[in-house]
Ligand binder design. Structure first.
Ligand code: SDX
Length: 392
């Protein structure tokens, strides 16, 4: 198999792990969830099917998907008392910080979400977080826009319900273009898992202490927030806007990025594993053209993004460092076309990554992995004699 590696059996959770969930080949730009190519899943599956696949290892048959969907819907109510916690945040709070706090606060209202070890108890915690997370995510946007909080509509699908909770206006009937829901569904699939990235490793590490699923997800949200990780999708749009405000001169920006002038990093470029094209970026770039065309949206930053990409792919500095567009480079352009505000982009990433985090936590707990304990290479002082204060 292309690039399949296994760790020697002597390893003991030093932060690396064996996993059967997602396979990446960075040189070949290959990404598979449970053996299925991301290109197939993005085109042919929907988000809850992919969530089921990642968590339980197989594509669901009709009855399994219907039960999974029903169990999630039954858990989509969030305790009214949670609104008091939301009220405590200023409107200016970043949605990722609010979401991480609300996710952690769920523990107080769902004692059973503290660690569980039986598959049956795990399933209950899993459908709970899958049901409540979209509500909390939508609430972070409603809070920012001073709009009433809602609980969604049981008759809608998972993604359309999320969209309705985010965007429905008081006293106005809600409707949405199917192209918007299809695009959102595809974006969530493309973000659903990515083996042992920063936030997923955080989820596994916190989960390995038996802190529980909700606490592990809350920690994963905080890790994802960083601009070098999931926060990059927000940083990409801010970068493209900066270039547009500056007259659209991508060459000038590229030079600053090469001169390593802060903050002129080429956000949305580069990857720790992909040293070739990120397969998700290819799909998202194609989808950006389709969605903007279907919605009749003209967005000048899409042209700037394409110009930047073309220039980088022909520039020795980036080619030599194998810096290619990653998942974050084009996703923000679609989110913007769908009317999602830039400060919600990383929340959208978290919504997509939720099933992956759950799958990785479940795998680690079912394998009864020991508590995580990465080792270090000590580079400090050798033994020294203590000096009293007066003689230092
Ligand atoms: C995600 O791990 C995952 O799977 C993550 C993710 C997922 O699905 O979970 O794929 C999601 O986080 C995607 C990455 C989003 N982040 C960004 O787009 C931020 C911009 N990218 C970089 O900060 C960087 O490329 C990283 C963090 C993504 C990867 O960093 P590495 O592998 O540690 O690379 P590095 O920092 O060691 O850089 C190597 C060289 C350096 O130059 P030299 O010291 O050799 O001269 O490449 C340069 C860097 O300066 N470089 C960049 C660059 N990324 C690396 N130069 C300009 N722009 C960039 N984006």
């Amino acid at each position: 198999e292309a690039g399949l590696i296994t760790l020697d059996p002597g390893y003991k959770n030093t932060g690396s792990c064996e996993s059967a969930i997602t396979f990446l080949d960075g040189e070949k730009g290959v990404l598979r969830y449970r053996g299925y190519a991301i290109e197939d899943l993005a085109e042919k599956a929907d988000f809850l099917e992919v969530a089921y696949l990642l968590i339980f290892g197989e594509l669901p048959i009709k009855e399994q998907l219907e039960k999974f969907t029903k169990d999630i819907k039954e858990q989509s109510h969030v305790d009214e008392e949670m609104k008091k916690i939301l009220d405590g945040f200023p409107k200016s709070a970043h949605p990722m910080g609010v979401l991480s706090s609300l996710t952690s606060a769920l523990i107080a209202f769902n004692p059973s979400s503290v660690d569980v070890s039986s598959e049956e108890e795990m399933y209950k915690a899993i459908v709970k977080i899958l049901g409540k997370f979209p509500v909390l995510a939508a609430w972070t946007l409603r809070k920012k826009n001073s709009l009433p909080l809602n609980y969604g509509d049981e008759d809608l699908g998972y993604v359309e319900n999320l969209h309705k909770m985010m965007f429905e206006k008081p006293n106005k009937s809600y409707s949405v273009d199917k192209a918007v829901i299809d695009a959102l569904d595809k974006l969530l699939i493309l973000h659903a898992d990515h083996e042992q990235n920063c936030s997923t490793s955080t989820v596994r590490m916190v989960g390995s202490s038996h802190a529980g699923l909700f606490a592990s997800i809350s920690a994963g949200i905080s890790a994802l927030w960083g601009p070098l990780h999931g926060g990059a999708n927000q940083a990409v749009i801010e970068m493209l806007e900066r270039i547009k405000e500056d007259g659209g001169d991508t060459h000038k920006f590229m030079q600053k990025a090469k001169d390593k002038e802060d903050p002129f990093r080429l956000m949305g470029f580069g990857h720790r594993v992909y040293k070739n094209f990120d397969p998700r970026a290819k799909i998202i770039k194609k989808s950006a053209d389709e969605v903007l065309g279907q919605l009749g949206v003209e967005d000048p930053v899409l042209d700037i993004a394409k110009g930047l990409e073309k220039e980088a792919l022909e520039d020795d500095y980036f080619v030599k460092r194998k810096l290619y567009p990653n998942v974050d480079f084009y996703s923000g352009i679609i989110y913007r076309a769908l009317g999602i505000p830039v400060e919600m982009f990383t929340v959208m990433f978290a919504l997509g990554r939720l099933p992956g985090w759950i799958a990785q936590w479940r795998e680690m707990r079912l394998r009864k992995e020991p508590i995580g304990r990465p080792r270090q290479i000590y580079i400090g002082e050798n033994l020294r004699d203590f000096k009293p204060l007066g003689s230092r």
